[in-house]
Design a protein around this ligand. Sequence first.
Ligand SMILES: N[C@@H](CCC(=O)N[C@@H](CS)C(=O)NCC(=O)O)C(=O)O
Length: 115
Amino acid sequence: MQPTPDTAFPTIAGLQLYHYYGCFYCERVRHAMGELGILIEERNILEQPAFRRELRDATGRSTVPVLRVEQADGSVHWMPESRDIVRYLRARFGEEDAQPQGEPEGFSLERFLLG
Ligand SMILES: N[C@@H](CCC(=O)N[C@@H](CS)C(=O)NCC(=O)O)C(=O)O
């Protein structure tokens, strides 16, 4: 049987987010998705062993989040690191004139989630 993604609504073609709930770094990516108003197919590696296997086969690890990106030429790029994923999504789907944010000191939950 084929594993089923978590997302029930139409999603952006060619993008899949390997994740699980309760993972802070995954939450950072989901927060950015909400901010950008985009839906990406979510593949929960704890609920679906087949997704975990796909991830391990591709990256050699089961660390999440990882964004699977199908490129125009048909090749597939596996993008780990929540900050890199957020940066990629903002560059691709964000406002063109959005300014990059600086790096203020001290911990802030909001900054953590915003990436
Ligand atoms: N630097 C990574 C950290 C990712 C990370 O540590 N993810 C945890 C879950 S929150 C994980 O997958 N740990 C299990 C493992 O590494 O196998 C990021 O920002 O994406």
